[in-house]
Ligand binder design. Structure first.
Ligand code: GDP
Ligand code: MG
Length: 163
């Protein structure tokens, strides 16, 4: 059985960019798990010699404003409940927000192992956010740039034991 890796985090941190980087064009056709919200994408990821299924939690754009928090929570809970490991993405450039803290609370309570990724870490603008990420209590953050393809060897090193 191929491992399932869920990419989670608040909007705009770079989850879909990471998904696209890992999946390229190998998009799964459907995610027809019964009773599961549709707003997520599943793909066949490759990272070095690793192959795994990756789930992008997306589609929050459509959420009605009043239910955004609730939908994010539900979608994230579904994705991580189903996953062997969660990639929790934060934006190293913007630093932590209260929504990141909400996600971190949720993930700390989950039995699913979590790897913390500080994205947009190319250049020096991400250094503050990277340091801040240690305070989430989810282990050492891994600095990546999904857009520029940086930090993927470090991601490989932490994913290899779990996928
Ligand atoms: P999502 O809402 O979490 O899925 O985030 P997206 O993948 O849609 O990305 C949100 C924005 O961040 C887009 O404008 C991306 O181009 C940008 N972005 C994603 N990854 C990086 C990165 O590594 N560095 C920088 N500087 N921008 C990024
Ligand atoms: Mg997205």
């Amino acid at each position: 059985m191929v491992a399932k890796v869920a990419i989670v985090g608040r909007p705009n941190v770079g989850k879909s960019t990471l998904f696209n980087r890992l999946v390229g064009k190998r998009l799964a056709l459907v995610d027809d798990t019964p009773g599961v919200t549709r707003d997520r994408r599943v793909g066949e990821a490759r990272l070095g010699d690793l192959k795994f299924q990756v789930i992008d939690t997306a589609g929050l754009e459509e959420a009605a404003a009043h239910s955004l928090e609730g939908r994010m929570r539900k979608q994230t809970e579904e994705a991580i409940g189903d996953a062997d490991v969660a990639l929790f993405v934060i934006d190293a450039r913007s630093g932590l927000t209260p929504t990141d803290e909400t996600f971190a609370d949720l993930l700390r309570k989950s039995p699913t192992p979590v790897l913390l990724l500080a994205n947009k870490a190319e250049g020096r603008a991400g250094e503050g956010g990277l340091l801040e990420a240690y305070s989430l209590g989810l282990g050492d953050p891994i600095a990546i740039s999904a857009e520029h393809g940086e930090g993927l060897a470090d991601l490989y090193d932490v994913l290899r034991p779990v996928v």
